[in-house]
Design a protein around this ligand. Structure first.
Ligand SMILES: *[C@@H]1O[C@H](CO)[C@@H](O)[C@H](O)[C@H]1NC(C)=O
Length: 422
């Protein structure tokens, strides 16, 4: 009898051990999406949930391109919005605002658009809702979709956790964000997902430091859990706080700061600009982007997304990560030339009066650090800049670049035998 008991006890122990082992080895829950068979296999991707935040005013125009490019090979992704709608035969958006308090939704003026669309669908959108509006230092205060958007940042964490409770990382992007997944995965492998990590492109409003939403940001599971639990203790308080602030990404930073999670500064690996508007050469926050892996870009339209997608395919066989040098040489450099007429290369700053485009070039050439200039043909004004931008067509302006200086600068920064990481 005692022997039998020992035996039984022993087998029970063995069973327990097996059970524990099994559960430690079991990979995360089944993928949310079936990915096409030609996608590269990336074991780490199964630990990541990618959330693309959008809204009913832009979703049908701006999200589908991601389903065939950025999100195509991501086994766990979700579209978070303010309205539930299918955006392909296999994926619908989630309404992340539905969990906010009914009183807020029923009465707050920011929810006017939300209430109309809930009642009548996207046909209730007016031309004013769809007007892109100009971006100001405090966002787009006249754009109803933009005003609604800030309310998504906090409930988005609850929704993400519910959707994939066992992810190691939660990656948040927007419809005008592009992420280079290989580089992001390589970066995350250098970090410990058991730590509470908040990784993003640093921004500051008053004394809050937070991750800029459009540049993309990443939270480890412990960070999401802590933030969700913290907000649960005072949902009304956080709703009031969001109501009084204009930036939802900043409110998320404040919530995380409140539970002691500081932002890891992600610049330059996460960028607020598209490839044609970023400063590849200069130091920022004591870092020079040139030899850093490129992880994100922002402010991209469909063409910009396709351009980066094509670049990644071109650079597929490259040894080592795609660094900003590669992006400069493959995307920006081919678009620069000595002269582009009817073109705005986004030069701002002091204007000087000159007599011709050639004279404007002269002004730039006499400034040692000038890399580009623009000439306004109506006013004969000349502007110069030490930063680079590609820009866009614009009748009445002529743009010029100092190609020799630009190429000399690119040469002097080297070929990135050593990769910089954060
Ligand atoms: C040229 O300058 C004038 C005056 O600043 C401005 O109104 C006009 O828009 C400029 N032209 C272009 C094409 O930017």
């Amino acid at each position: 009898m005692p022997r039998l008991r020992r035996l039984l006890f022993g087998s029970l122990l063995a069973l327990c051990l097996l059970y524990t082992l099994y559960h430690h080895r079991t990979p995360s829950s089944p993928p949310l999406q079936a990915i096409p068979p030609d996608c590269p296999s990336h074991p780490d991707l199964s630990d990541i949930l990618v959330i693309l935040k959008t809204g009913v005013t832009e979703s049908r125009d701006k999200v589908p391109i991601h389903l065939t490019t950025t999100l195509r090979c991501i086994p766990n992704h979700a579209l978070f919005s303010d309205y539930i709608e299918p955006l392909s035969p296999s994926i619908s958006t989630h309404d992340v605002l539905a969990s906010l308090s009914p009183a807020l939704i029923a009465t707050h003026p920011d929810f006017d658009l939300y209430r109309r669309v809930q009642a009548h669908g996207p046909t209730a959108l007016t031309p004013a809702d769809l007007n892109p509006d100009i971006n100001t230092p405090i966002g787009k205060p006249n754009n109803p979709g933009w005003k609604l958007d800030k309310w998504k940042f906090l409930p988005m964490l609850d929704e993400a956790l519910a959707l994939k409770p066992d992810a190691k990382w939660y990656v948040f992007m927007e419809a005008d964000t592009y992420i280079l997944w290989d580089n992001l995965l390589a970066w995350l492998r250098r970090l410990n997902p058991k730590d509470a990590i908040y990784l993003g492109n640093q921004m500051q409003i008053v004394d809050a430091i937070f991750a800029h939403g459009g540049s993309g940001f990443i939270l480890s599971r412990p960070a999401v859990v802590k933030a969700v639990e913290h907000r649960k203790r005072s949902r009304d308080g956080w709703e009031r706080a969001v109501g009084e602030h204009w930036a939802g990404d900043c409110m998320l930073g404040i919530l995380l700061q409140d539970v002691g999670i500081e932002l890891t500064w992600g610049w330059p690996m996460l960028q607020i600009a598209p490839p044609g508007e970023m400063d590849y050469f200069d130091l920022g926050y004591e870092r020079r982007p040139w030899c850093y892996p490129a992880v994100s870009f922002h402010h991209l339209d469909g063409d910009g997304i396709r351009e980066l997608d094509a670049m990644e395919r071109t650079l597929k066989g490259k040894k080592g990560p795609v660094v900003y040098r590669d992006v400069f040489l493959n995307v920006m450099r081919p678009q620069l030339r000595d002269v582009r007429t009817d073109w705005d290369n986004l030069v701002e700053g002091e204007a000087v009066s000159v007599t011709s485009f050639a004279a404007c070039r002269g002004v730039c050439s006499r400034e040692a650090l000038c890399l580009q200039y623009a000439y306004n043909e109506t006013t004969s004004e000349c502007r110069t800049s030490t930063a680079l931008a590609v820009g866009h067509p614009q009748p009445g302006l002529s743009a010029g670049w100092m190609m020799d200086r630009i190429d000399a600068m690119a040469d002097s920064l080297g070929e990135c035998d050593e990769i910089s990481w954060i």
